[in-house]
Write a protein that binds this ligand. Structure first.
Ligand SMILES: [Zn+2]
Length: 450
């Protein structure tokens, strides 16, 4: 059996083990318990550590909230230090909606089933396998190769990447990074994540005049205020903003030249969206700032007219959107209600992006083309991932992945956080093949002879 067959078997076994560890992150501080999957990786990497080829550290930000950092040291301190960032936590799964046990890690007809199979344990497993190959190779690489297998991505990284960057900055030092949310097919292209939208969530607090609910006359109910604001919110249409990533998306995904032309025209874009089918939601999201009311609160007693109400808004921004832009948009929406409503920030971070001119992007492009025969297309993600924390530090970071030809963007979205999440062994093999080439190019790693 040659090296790549062994590696594929290893990646599949690691993936199945990590699914079974069920590191479910509910957002509660004591959920996740990623220490269990850290132990799985630690056992797998043990021979490389014993051989002195790998520096491995486990950091615990809170009991059970562990992350593993493993570094193969390069010979040249000036060479790139490539980080492979994979999270260990997964979102919850309701077994009632699944055809198989979401935490069984079953391998059926060439597919591995389970929560996290796509998001993103197949990549975390592949990262560990390539790291071990490089560590056990007869020659040391030129640059560092670093596995960052982290806790708490699904809840924003407070117990994972954010904590590591704050408390153990030298341990996680890299100069460029690969992480998740790439590899889907966009038409004949393979997607590489280069950017993520930002967040500028707000709470609107409405004040009214309280009263006994048995005598509503003269009261100004915050409940009606919420209704009015929601009505106005529905009518808000933030300006369409189309950049080079939009043109790249349309060019890769839309074969019909007439439809493509309309999609590239901000005036005609929205009328054309329904023709995009199930990818319309993505197209809508990445072409503008979006606002979604999520949590509404007013009143706590059945018989009291509420004087105060709140609306939480999930707001996703584009590169260049400022806090002032967001507040101005909301004040315009509120119109004559503005003096009854206070706008306060809930959480936020700026949109981030990495240039496609970086050497790592070129390496991705070549590796993906060699392995899959397909060109790449840079895409923006509507949501966020841990990669943004590295982009914020100026470290070029890309959403990697390489899935089989049947993996449309829609199929990928269905898998991530949905029922019956599963990945095929073939895709894992493709990802390993591309990763091996990228690592060889960037840090000069020659894999162990088979
Ligand atoms: Zn993920």
């Amino acid at each position: 059996m040659d090296r790549s067959e062994n590696s594929l078997e290893d990646a599949v076994a690691l993936l199945r083990s990590m699914i079974r560890e069920a590191c479910v992150n509910t957002g509660a501080a004591d959920s996740g318990q990623e220490i269990r999957s850290v132990r799985v990786l630690q056992r797998y990497l043990d021979d490389a550590v014993r051989a002195g080829a790998l520096d491995l550290q486990v950091f615990e930000s809170a009991p059970g909230r562990a992350s593993l950092i493993a570094r193969v040291r390069g010979t040249d301190p000036d060479a790139p230090a490539l980080g492979l960032l994979g999270h260990l936590d997964v979102v919850p799964a309701d077994p009632d909606g699944w055809q198989r046990d979401p935490f069984g890690g079953e391998l059926v007809d060439g597919e591995i089933w389970g929560r996290g199979a796509v998001d993103m344990l197949y990549l975390t497993a592949s990262f560990a396998v390539i790291l071990r190959e490089v560590a056990l190779a007869p020659e040391r690489p030129r640059g560092d190769l670093v596995l960052l297998a982290v806790a708490d991505e699904e809840a924003g990284g407070e117990y994972g990447v954010k904590w590591l960057l704050r408390e153990h900055a030298s341990a996680v030092r890299v100069t460029e990074l690969l992480s998740e949310s790439g590899g889907q097919r966009m038409g004949a292209h393979v997607a590489v994540g280069v950017a993520e939208k930002g967040s500028a969530s707000r709470r609107l607090t409405l004040s009214g005049v309280p009263g006994h609910a048995s005598i509503p006359y003269g009261a100004t109910s915050a409940a009606y205020g919420i209704g009015e604001v929601l009505h106005r919110l529905r009518e808000v249409a933030p300006a369409i903003q189309l950049g080079p990533l939009w043109s790249a998306f349309v060019g890769a995904r839309v074969a019909d030249p007439d439809l493509a032309e309309r999609l590239l025209d901000p005036v005609r874009l929205d009328a054309a969206l329904p023709e995009l089918g199930r990818i319309a939601g993505y197209a809508h999201a990445v072409s503008r700032v979006t606002i979604s009311p999520t949590v509404l609160r007013a009143g706590d007693a059945h018989n009291v007219i509420p004087a105060v109400g709140t609306i939480d808004l999930d707001i996703r921004t584009l590169p260049g959107t400022s806090d002032a832009d967001v507040d101005e948009l909301l004040r315009t929406m509120l119109g004559d209600l503005a003096d009854r409503v206070e706008i306060s920030p809930l959480r936020g971070w700026a949109a981030t992006g990495s240039s496609t001119e970086e050497p790592l992007y070129g390496a991705l492009e070549r590796a993906i083309r060699e392995v899959s025969g397909a060109p790449v297309v840079p895409i923006a993600a509507a949501g966020g991932s841990d990669a943004r924390h590295f982009r914020e530090l100026g470290i070029p970071s890309y959403g990697f992945g390489l899935l089989g030809p049947e993996w449309s963007y829609e199929r990928y979205r269905d898998g991530v956080h949905g029922h019956d999440e599963r990945i095929d062994v073939e895709s894992i093999g493709l990802a390993l093949g591309a990763l091996r080439r990228i690592v060889a190019e960037r840090v000069g790693a020659r894999p162990a002879a088979g």
